[in-house]
Ligand binder design. Structure first.
Ligand code: THU
Length: 161
């Protein structure tokens, strides 16, 4: 038996003023996007912003539906838009933020499992890690790529064994 250990390195910042550009700008864009979320059922507003390799910034937010499973998270809303309209342009970074009825959440918002899987596919598509900037009122966490949020994943290379 061999016991192995997995280490994940990430950075924490006290707020946007401490964040390097253009991440601070990306967080601001995500916050604006969260304000425009369509989330009448959960009351939870999520905003996501991506930075493309050509400098383009795109935003998305969660889109809910009376038939609940038909809704979509903010992260996939903006990722699918980016992949549909900017094919061939790698996604370099994504910022995520969220607010409930009491305002912005205290802890950095984490992408759901399905969004992590789609983020991973986008990384693989462009062979480019996506820097993840997770925004919260108390702190902002920055992860180097999706492998650090979704270790031991099933990815395109897994199909080849
Ligand atoms: N949501 C997101 O948009 N992103 C996440 O990472 C977590 C959850 C949305 C889905 C739903 O509209 C609401 O937040 C409550 O789960």
């Amino acid at each position: 038996m061999i016991s192995r250990e997995l280490r994940i390195q990430y950075s924490e910042y006290t707020g946007t003023e401490a964040l390097p550009e253009p991440w601070a700008r990306l967080v601001e864009a995500a916050r604006k996007a969260a304000d425009q979320a369509y989330s009448p059922y959960s009351g939870f507003r999520v905003g996501a912003a991506v930075l493309l390799a050509d400098g383009t910034v795109l935003t998305g937010n969660n889109q809910e539906n009376a038939a609940y499973p038909s809704g979509l998270c903010a992260e996939r809303t903006v990722l699918f838009y980016a992949n549909a309209n900017f094919p061939g342009v790698p996604v370099e970074a994504m910022a995520i933020t969220a607010a409930n009825a009491r305002g912005q959440v205290n802890e950095p918002v984490k992408p759901c499992g399905a969004c992590r899987q789609v983020l991973l596919e986008t990384e693989a598509r462009y062979s480019h890690p996506i820097r993840m900037i997770l925004d919260g009122k108390k702190r902002i966490q920055v992860f180097n790529g999706i492998d650090d949020l979704l270790p031991f994943s099933f990815k395109p290379a897994s199909l080849k064994g």
